[in-house]
Design a protein around this ligand. Structure first.
Ligand SMILES: Cc1cc2nc3c(=O)[nH]c(=O)nc-3n(C[C@H](O)[C@H](O)[C@H](O)COP(=O)(O)O)c2cc1C
Length: 205
């Protein structure tokens, strides 16, 4: 049986319920499931099929702990750039920021983290679709996660921790695991608000 045969969830269900899952169980992800997820990730469209990407699946407990600490530092560095110095500065109603803050606290407990890297700095555009392939395959296996980014303040240390060449760029750092909550539904603005027919200002209905 191939990876494609194992990803049997309907595409519609996967796409419409694959929301950011930030509360993860520590239960390990079986190796064969992780393999399917990565096989799907590398099937993504990419610039000229030159596959200017490299992925790192982080499972080692000590490495996850260190990466978790660096992610926490990076998350708060990003908030400080926005003038948010602590939890008390997060505006009321900003639930996704609070949820992301909790993820920053718990990041190191995710059973797997995947780093998506571009082979050259500035080369992220051509490899971004692999993140969505990865998340959809994970969803089909009942595994959640989210796209997350790091911050320049930890970049050199993450390169060193994971032996990433200086020439490569860390694009995303994605925690994965079985969800503590529920998947989906994904909520977005109505299509006619964000899509035009034949021109920008003719709402697509
Ligand atoms: C480029 C990009 C960067 C993101 N960075 C983070 C992040 O650092 N931390 C986080 O918790 N979520 C991150 N997200 C997830 C988004 O916050 C999430 O997709 C968005 O809030 C919509 O939520 P939903 O997918 O659950 O509907 C990122 C998403 C994208 C596309």
């Amino acid at each position: 049986m191939t990876t494609a045969d194992r990803l049997t969830m309907s595409l519609g269900e996967a796409m419409f319920t694959q929301r950011a899952i930030r509360r993860l169980k520590p239960d390990p992800i079986p190796d064969e499931v992780m393999r399917d997820i990565m096989e799907a990730a590398i099937r993504a469209p990419n610039g000229g099929n030159t596959q200017q990407w490299h992925f790192i699946v982080v499972k080692d407990a000590d490495t996850r702990k260190k990466l978790g600490e660096l992610y926490h530092e990076a998350w708060w560095a990003k908030r400080k750039d926005q003038g948010i110095m602590g939890p008390e500065d997060i505006p009321p109603g900003k639930n996704s920021t609070r949820s992301a803050m909790r993820l920053a606290n718990e990041f190191g407990d995710a059973p797997v983290m995947v780093l998506i890297c571009a082979l050259s700095r500035g080369g992220s555009g051509g490899i971004i679709p692999s993140a969505q392939n990865l998340l959809l395959a994970a969803r089909a296996h009942g595994i959640g996660g989210t796209i997350a980014t790091l911050h320049a303040v930890v970049d050199e240390r993450v390169h060193k921790l994971l032996n990433i060449p200086d020439t490569a760029e860390i694009v995303y750092c994605m925690p994965l695991g079985y969800p503590r909550g529920e998947f989906g539904p994904v909520t977005r603005k109505p299509l006619e608000e964000v899509c035009g027919l034949d021109r920008w200002d003719n709402p697509y209905k």
